[in-house]
Design a protein around this ligand. Sequence first.
Ligand code: SF4
Ligand code: SF4
Length: 87
Amino acid sequence: MALIITDECINCDVCEPECPNDAISAGEEIYVIDAALCTECVGHHEVSQCVEVCPVDCIVLNPEIAETKEQLYEKYLSLSGQPAPQG
Ligand code: SF4
Ligand code: SF4
């Protein structure tokens, strides 16, 4: 699952530079995560870096975007320009 930022976001800008996929940016009112770029940090880190640093714990799993770890890893490979594993 990609992550989503809830409206409890206080626009502190701490999470944006921590994202290895540049998936986080300032939206019109709060920060937003581009689901197409978020791998839950799979391929880069053991835990989601944005969740680790957010001072108000407003970054949660997006239940509308179900992805397995394997799918997240394939997304990571695709984003980093590496070929997907065969079979
Ligand atoms: Fe970026 Fe990782 Fe947070 Fe996804 S979980 S938005 S990849 S820092
Ligand atoms: Fe918002 Fe949390 Fe990111 Fe700060 S760290 S901008 S509160 S989502």
